[in-house]
Ligand binder design. Structure first.
Ligand SMILES: O=C(O)C(=O)C[C@]1(C(=O)O)C=C[C@@H](O)C=C1
Length: 371
């Protein structure tokens, strides 16, 4: 699971501020990130012979790009990262940071480890937004930053930079990132591409809500950089497995749908069942089992309470007291509310539960006094 990085805290001195960022590659994503940085008051320079550079100072060469930069962001297509790093390395000054922004992480992280190694500080990152989501003003902006035990200081500086432009930073190891992305990002693109190729109408006049989410994905894929689709699959070591599993599942469903209901075998029916979340998430299944155990304990406690209530009812009957005791009930409610508050629970919610319990108590005692 990704979790927030304990960046600037933990008693460590604040990381040295990144004020000048150089983009090696300034395609649609680079330019979108560049303008975010520029708006946050960070100086942006870019080198990309094949791009029209706007909103950043254009560097005419690699030495000019790198000169004085705190951080060089390598924003070229993933298959070109290693070559770009090799070209960049001779121009880097000691202490200059390098980070990539690719949508897969194992391949660029290995390339940076190989080309930059221990000598040049490097960080692998994946901003989880693109030109389309930025144009739509989607928030929050999130970015995955991979821990790097060789260069922890570089990680802290890059994290601080992303935080300054308003990003939520998640920590994830490259392989873990790619595994998750294979089954999410890559599969979403795969499905969208399949639907496009199958001629799914993008702008149906009466798109049902079930289609709107997919239509949104198709649109995102359509406007994203063409090389991204291939890179998400070819450069992610887990994407092939994700595609196989999806295709196998779809083929099984397709076969079962072709069998008339009256002839359907149990396995056809099983293939057509929509699994609940518990079947998809071991964590959810385990949590539900724990909740089941706890609920059984709760019911056991209710049974023990009911016995005490019966006992109180008998005691009250012998002294001629009424079943309902409003003073006792008010005190009881007050103490349960206080306890709820201390435990971080909603006192009104807990009070509601006790109202139901008290109603049952009274009816239990009334039934007994009626016999
Ligand atoms: O304390 C009592 O007198 C009870 O009978 C028990 C109990 C309860 O369930 O806690 C039930 C009914 C009364 O009105 C108050 C409390």
């Amino acid at each position: 699971m990704p979790h927030s990085l304990p960046h600037s805290g933990g008693g460590l001195a604040p990381p040295a501020r990144i004020g000048k960022v150089a983009f090696l590659g300034y395609g649609r994503f680079g330019a979108a990130l560049g303008s975010l940085l520029h708006d946050a008051g960070i100086s942006v320079r870019a080198f990309d012979p094949s791009a029209e550079i706007r909103g950043a100072a254009r560097a005419a060469s690699l030495p000019e790009l790198v000169d004085g930069a705190d951080l060089v962001l390598v924003a070229v297509p993933v298959p070109a990262v290693r070559e770009a790093l090799l070209a960049l390395r001779p121009h880097l000054a000691p202490g200059q940071l390098v980070a990539d922004v690719g949508s897969v992480k194992s391949v660029p992280a290995s390339a940076m480890a190989e080309v930059l190694g221990e000598g040049r500080p490097w960080v692998a990152t994946h901003p989880l937004f693109g030109p389309a989501s930025l144009a739509r003003g989607e928030r929050p902006l999130r970015v995955v930053v991979c821990p790097n035990p060789t260069h922890p200081g570089a990680v802290r500086r890059v994290v601080a930079l992303f935080e300054r432009i308003g990003c939520q930073v998640l920590e994830q190891a490259p392989e873990e990132h790619d595994r998750v992305m294979a089954f999410t990002h890559a599969l979403a693109f795969f499905i969208a591409k399949g639907m496009m190729d199958a001629g799914v109408p993008a702008g149906a006049p009466y798109a049902p809500p079930s289609f709107q989410g997919i239509a949104h994905t198709i649109e995102t894929v359509r406007v994203d950089a063409g090389h991204l689709f291939a890179a998400l699959h070819r450069e992610n070591p887990f994407a092939g497995e994700a595609r196989r599993r999806l295709i196998d599942a779809l083929v099984a469903v397709d076969r079962s749908l072709d069998v008339p209901t009256k002839d359907a075998a149990p396995e056809d029916l099983a293939a057509l069942a929509i699994p609940d979340l518990g079947a998809l998430s071991p964590e959810l299944r385990e949590t539900r089992e724990l909740i089941d155990d706890l609920d059984l304990e709760l019911v056991g406690l209710l049974a023990r309470r009911a016995e005490l209530v019966q006992r109180a009812g008998r005691a009250k009957a012998t002294i001629g007291a009424a079943v309902r005791d409003p003073v006792r009930e008010a005190r009881l409610m007050e103490s349960r509310r206080r306890c709820a508050l201390e435990l971080g629970l909603d006192p009104d919610g807990v009070a509601e539960v006790f109202e139901v319990i008290l109603r049952h108590s009274r009816s239990l005692q009334e039934r007994r006094s009626a016999v």
